[in-house]
Design a protein around this ligand. Structure first.
Ligand code: HEC
Ligand code: HEC
Length: 357
């Protein structure tokens, strides 16, 4: 009896946790000088091998740090097979990348981005030397408490900058939901059961699920994208990688059949800035996403049992979209998040060279 009661109580507590009013996302603890250094690094194309790409090429502040492409840009001569995710609130995630293959430290994600051949293709040894040649970096690393520019310090600084990217001012936080959004919230938490996966202040459980999102044929039609995919699948130890014509998602790290084609639940914060949607950019608009869920998700034998046809009428679909839009806040295209060389007071290179002699 007692056991039963506890079970009921914990079930009730669980429901309450899902239906509770969302709280704004608190700022994260960062070292300000390190975050400032990270901000400059984030916008610096010298972090890519041939100096054509910076982090901000694919994570643009006016798009909540995505790039607006269905499938992300990639290093010269390569193509990508995934959508570039938003970096809003990325410091709070438990696991990163659409398949969750990195789950310990945001710092590791920065390394992956910099060194991966189809992303920035940068040799860390050269990166370190490039940084040391730049007097602004010498000064900024010192200000951040590091004796000289180095790779570990650069990755930590990028991590601190990313931790400053926190959502603000969304209608869900300011308590200014329109009545349509309010009705959409009821569907989101009720018959849509969206909140069973999109839970908490970031609207994600940070776990992989199979929703049956359709394949993006552009991956296999493009030699540049396909060869990057093969490189990735081979590196992750997937059997038969030459013949694969599907993105296996979390399976790539678990190698368990029931995780095939499951992808981490993305945050629903900042959706108005981050189209197209899903790990492969399968949908252009939120209306398409809502139609997809209304149909019970896609066709996949491993699809999560929670996804069932919802039978929403057009006005309910519009309400749900209004609620999704209410989860977006202010633009990140502001001085706080964009590096402007002029804002930084430093010694010009000529003077620095003179000073060295
Ligand atoms: C050429 C495009 C490109 C560049 C340049 C790039 N990224 Fe990414 N980024 C991506 C893509 C695509 C993904 C998703 C990859 C995947 O799921 O395998 C991603 C994922 C991430 C993630 C994980 C987000 C999440 O929610 O899981 C972080 C963090 C990140 N990038 C930070 C950076 C940083 C820092 C830099 C610069 C050092 C950078 N990126 C440069 C395209 C890029
Ligand atoms: C079983 C868990 C689950 C349920 C239930 C669920 N989602 Fe999702 N949602 C996901 C996953 C996983 C993805 C990412 C799929 C992918 O990338 O292929 C996703 C993606 C999305 C996206 C795209 C976000 C982006 O940035 O790409 C939106 C919008 C969304 N869901 C809204 C909803 C709504 C609205 C509902 C309810 C009608 C819902 N979800 C129900 C797990 C779920």
């Amino acid at each position: 009896m007692l056991k039963k009661l506890t079970l009921i109580c914990s079930l009730l507590a669980g429901t309450a946790a899902i239906a509770q009013d969302v709280v704004p996302i608190p700022p994260m603890d960062v070292n300000a000088a390190r975050a400032e250094l990270g901000k400059r690094l984030f916008y610096d194309t010298r972090l890519s091998g041939d100096t054509t790409l910076s982090c901000s090429s694919c994570h643009q502040p006016d798009k909540a740090f995505t790039d607006g492409e269905a499938l992300s840009q990639a290093y010269t001569g390569a193509g990508h097979f995934r959508n570039a995710p938003t970096l809003a609130n990325v410091g709070y995630r438990d696991a990163w990348l659409h398949d969750g293959r990195l789950g310990t430290n945001l710092n590791d994600v920065a390394r992956e981005m910099i060194t991966e051949t189809y992303l920035m293709n940068m040799d860390m040894r050269i990166m370190q030397e490039r940084l040391k040649q730049d007097p602004i970096y010498v000064e900024m690393f010192a200000a951040a408490g590091m004796s000289e520019p180095g790779n570990g310090g650069a990755r930590n600084a990028l991590m601190d900058f990313m931790k400053t990217i926190v959502s603000r001012g969304a209608a869900v936080d300011t308590g200014t939901l329109s009545s349509a959004a309010e009705r959409g919230k009821g569907i989101f938490e009720g018959k849509g059961s969206c909140s069973s996966c999109h839970a908490g202040a970031r609207y994600t459980d940070d776990k992989p699920h199979n929703t049956g999102v359709p394949d993006n044929p552009d991956i296999w039609a493009s030699p540049e994208r396909h060869s990057a995919f093969v490189t990735y699948a081979k590196f992750m130890g997937v059997e038969n990688y030459m013949n694969l014509r599907e993105d296996l998602g979390a399976y790539i790290r678990t190698h368990k059949d029931d995780t095939k084609r499951s992808f981490l639940t993305p945050t629903l914060r900042e959706l108005v800035w981050t189209a197209p949607y899903m790990h492969n950019g399968a949908f252009e608009t939120l209306e398409e996403v809502v139609d997809f869920y209304d149909a019970g998700g896609g066709n996949d034998p491993l699809k999560d049992a929670r996804l069932k046809p919802l039978g929403l009428v057009p006005s309910e679909k519009a309400d749900l979209v209004a609620y999704l839009e209410a989860m977006s806040g202010e633009s990140f295209d502001t001085d706080e998040y964009v590096w402007r060389e002029d804002d930084y007071d430093y010694v010009p290179i000529e003077d620095w060279n003179n000073a060295k002699n």
